[in-house]
Design a protein around this ligand. Structure first.
Ligand SMILES: Cc1ncc(COP(=O)(O)O)c(C=O)c1O
Length: 366
């Protein structure tokens, strides 16, 4: 029997399914070495400058940070060449998704749209806001259904989410396709471009919708420090919003969601050019090696602009995922995305890439 104090519409809430952790797998299989390629983190770790800055900032841990983190927001705005009054930083881009929907959605009336097999936070957050979530079917080979998104809108659509590069497929819309979609949305709908992985695109300018967010009043861009900047554990994200939306998000938000060490790490990461350059080179080298190795093992590989790739092995997805786990390699089985035949693996160091391909060869042979 459920507790009558709970809201009826959240009783079937399924929690977010995170990637498995290294400690869990070491314990479960009695392994001493486990490689995690499951959560699209930076294979090189946290940027050296960010680590030092966070250590220094720890001494200030007894003080509240400055509310709204103006130093960080100014650094981000300068970095992406955006006006200050359009930029907000938050506790991961997850906080930006949550705050945005809370500010624009009308409970019981609005709807939020994305495609099938999407990053789950849009659906979970819409549900918590008490608004309808519509998932549009994908095209052949899981193509991004941009026309379908426009067709699913009505006058109550508050947000259309486009993850680009897409998690989990790695497929990516071009800037021109995004502009055409923004043109087709009804007046109240915002096109929300989740660019968590855009820094890995080759080239970024062909794919990013940032110029659209800076030139149009119906486009939002969300970004994160969790991938390229190597700060997933610090929890930092940001967004570029239409000015009035940014203003009301600022008024409505919980204070102090970014801690002093998080902010210091973010500021330093933006400056760590050497780390960022090495990251790009390492990620691209790993993905190229993985794609070639996977194809040689008869896997079907989707083209990617992100720091991970999706593949379909020639044996059942769950069995292959499990076989890899037992050999100490954590990947992401995509059953939780509704794609049980698929596996997502993120770029690793040279050594991790080689260990992954070797383990996969073993699983497929066995
Ligand atoms: C598409 C997408 N958006 C947002 C996030 C969340 O990022 P953050 O760590 O900034 O909350 C992720 C994390 O995996 C993601 O894949």
């Amino acid at each position: 029997m459920s507790d009558p104090r709970l809201r009826p519409d959240i009783l079937d809430f399924e929690p977010y399914a995170p990637g498995l952790t290294i400690e869990e797998i070491k314990e479960r299989y009695g392994l001493t070495r486990v490689v995690k390629l499951a959560s699209n983190e930076n294979p090189l770790g946290a940027p050296p400058l960010a680590r030092k800055a966070a250590e220094r900032a720890a001494a200030l841990g007894f003080r509240y940070p400055r509310n709204l983190n103006p130093a960080l927001v100014a650094a981000i705005a300068a970095h992406i060449n955006a006006p200050l009054d359009q930029v907000l930083a938050g506790h991961g881009s997850d906080e930006m998704i949550d705050l945005l929907l809370r500010v624009i959605c009308r409970p019981g009336q609005s709807n939020v749209i994305c495609w099938d097999n999407a990053f789950s936070m849009y659906r979970l957050t819409a549900k918590l806001c008490g608004v309808e979530y519509r998932a549009v079917p994908r095209g052949p080979d899981l193509a991004l259904p941009l026309d379908g998104l426009a067709a699913a809108c009505d006058q109550n659509t508050a947000a259309v989410f486009v993850t680009s590069p897409d998690n989990p497929t790695g497929l990516t819309a071009t800037k021109d396709e995004l502009a055409a979609l923004a043109d087709r949305l009804p007046p109240r709908a915002l096109l929300v471009l989740d660019e968590a992985y855009i820094d890995f695109a080759r080239p970024v300018e062909r794919f990013t919708g940032l110029p659209l967010a800076l030139s149009r009043d119906n486009v939002v861009v969300l970004r994160t420090f969790s991938k390229y900047y190597g700060l997933a554990g610090f929890r930092l994200g940001y967004g570029v919003f239409p000015k009035t939306i940014a203003d009301y998000m600022t008024r409505a938000r919980i204070p102090f969601t970014i801690g002093v060490a998080d902010e210091a790490a973010g500021l330093a990461a933006l400056e760590d050019a050497a780390f960022l350059e090495t990251t790009l080179a390492a990620v691209h080298a790993s993905l190229d090696a993985m794609a070639a190795g996977l194809k040689a093992l008869s896997c079907r590989v989707w083209p990617t602009q992100a720091n991970f790739l999706m593949f379909q092995p020639p044996k059942p997805g769950r069995q292959v995922f499990q076989g890899l786990l037992e050999r100490g390699i954590i990947t992401r089985h995509l059953a939780s995305f509704g794609l049980p035949e698929m596996i997502r693996v993120n770029a690793g160091t040279d050594e991790e890439t080689a260990l992954f391909l070797e383990a996969l060869a073993g699983v497929l042979r066995g």
